[in-house]
Write a protein that binds this ligand. Structure first.
Ligand code: FE
Length: 176
């Protein structure tokens, strides 16, 4: 067989031109499962959130949701798409017959209303959520009772970082 030797090193040439004007900086968040409580903002009893990317120009946020108790998370309707990747544990929605297990990917379409439950045999759940637009908290008939979006999240994370001594400006690490 005639195999041609390819010298990979000749292809290892970096781009020489400047990046385009106006481009935002790239972002690498190391060690996203780091247990340091300063990085995890409390949401409610046993529920914390670690921000990874807060995007105010496209109106989305990426965060890790960590639930250290079984139970229910507020019923809500999504105005935009949601992508989820379960990193640890499992959860389900009362409105669906499937369970999101460790390693699974879930797409939540805009318009979807659901109620998240962490089952009793799960001590800890960690899921990466990418959330576009707003969560509208609703009663069982769909009547709005509150909302959440990247801007409200930013306020909550800022207050948390200030409180734990990282300083409110620590939020800038995640802003694009
Ligand atoms: Fe949701």
């Amino acid at each position: 067989m005639n195999t041609q030797h390819i010298d990979i090193s000749k292809d290892r040439v970096p781009y020489e031109k400047p990046q385009p004007w106006g481009m935002r900086g790239d972002m690498v968040i190391k060690d996203i499962l780091n247990e340091d409580p300063k990085l995890w903002a409390p949401i409610s009893e046993g529920v914390t959130s670690r921000p990874l990317h807060l995007n105010v120009t496209q109106g989305f946020y990426v965060h890790l949701l960590r639930v250290k108790r079984s139970g229910l998370l507020q019923r809500h309707r999504h105005s935009g798409q949601v992508h989820a990747h379960v990193l640890k544990g499992k959860w389900l929605y009362l409105e669906h017959d499937w369970v999101a297990n460790e390693g699974d990917y879930v797409f939540e379409p805009p318009g979807e209303t659901h109620t998240l439950v962490v089952p009793e045999d799960c001590d800890e759940m960690i899921t990466l959520f990418m959330v576009y637009g707003s969560l509208i908290y609703v009663d069982p008939q769909g009547n709005p009772t509150g909302y959440d979006d990247v801007f409200l999240r930013i306020e909550k994370y800022k207050a948390h970082f200030e409180k734990v001594g990282l300083g409110a400006d620590y939020i800038n690490t995640f802003m694009r």
